[in-house]
Design a protein around this ligand. Sequence first.
Ligand code: BDR
Ligand code: CA
Length: 304
Amino acid sequence: MTRILLDCDPGHDDAIALLLALASPEVELLGVTTVAGNQTLEKTTANAIRVLEFVGRDKIPVAAGADRPLVREQVVASNVHGETGLDGPDLPPPQAPPVEQHAVDFLAAKIREHDGAVTLVPTGPLTNVALLLALHPDARPERIVLMGGAIAEGNVTPAAEFNIWCDPEAAARVFGSGIDVTMIGLDVTHKALFTPAHAARLEGRVGGMVTELLRFYGEFHRKVYDFDGSPIHDAVALAHVVRPDLVETKHLNAEIDVESELCRGRTVVDVWRRSGREPNSHVGVEIDADGFLDLLVERLNALG
Ligand code: BDR
Ligand code: CA
């Protein structure tokens, strides 16, 4: 079983990634940390707790982290995720606060407790992870599987994906850390759309809640991309930990553009190995979309 820590900014797809983690016996979720991204830190933290409480898993600790990027202005994605960050279902407000420890200290403590034998799954801007590396250099997870970036496209600008664009300086530190990093980017997440046909297969109370989430989230993807469904970006990163065969990766060099305005936050992936720079990440290039979507439906239904 793989021990994981989920660092997230829920967010519709973060919430679904969290549910997938809870439903997957291949992983043990040690805790959830939150970061500002899709919405303010206060809202992403509340949302993580609301989801855990909805499925009765409120014993899993949630620690709140960075409320803004390292150096950039904070920008939220209410156009995608709504004013609450989790618009759609009528989830009650959180009944309990997060733990008192800051997310960065919480991550460090959990990683130390398990001698580094932990996979960190960041599905928001990488601010907490960069701070972890800077403040606790001895607390290094053995692996980071992150959702972010793209080889050849962008979703917040033509050049950049949201999580990396939000805090490119943090992302540069993570990709340059020397830790075993896997990048699950738009190249794969946009190839696996959760359609109304998949939603029709969802069952039970959790299935109903996810259907409501997807109704809201799907509107954005229909309007902006003309997609007949939604990429569940963050759940792909989680699924890759649960079932590594679902995503094919290549070991490549990826650098983050922190200099230009036009390409701010672009993940410059050296697909043809032109730069001579050493590979520093396993970059997702292909996905077994049906395998991923079937897994998601099956595991969400198992939550009842
Ligand atoms: C990423 O940005 C957020 O909107 C999603 O939660 C996901 O982590 C996709 O670009
Ligand atoms: Ca996210």
